[in-house]
Design a binder for this molecule. Structure first.
Ligand SMILES: [Zn+2]
Length: 58
């Protein structure tokens, strides 16, 4: 896990590891969602703004 947000580059105390969620379109219609292959580190603001799934660190 990095100490900067991989999405906007901000540093911050509230970073979390996430997998980005891509919306899959067929034409203009959203038909499903696809999970990104890689983990990213995101700040709280990006986690509010973009669809994602939190990765629980065990
Ligand atoms: Zn961010």
């Amino acid at each position: 896990m990095s100490d900067r947000c991989d999405s906007c580059g901000d540093g911050g105390p509230d970073l979390a590891t996430v997998q980005r969620v891509y919306v899959v379109f067929e034409g203009r219609e959203a038909v499903g969602e696809r999970l990104a292959d890689e983990f990213e580190t995101w700040c709280a603001i990006c986690r509010l703004t973009y669809p994602h799934q939190l990765v629980e660190s065990t």
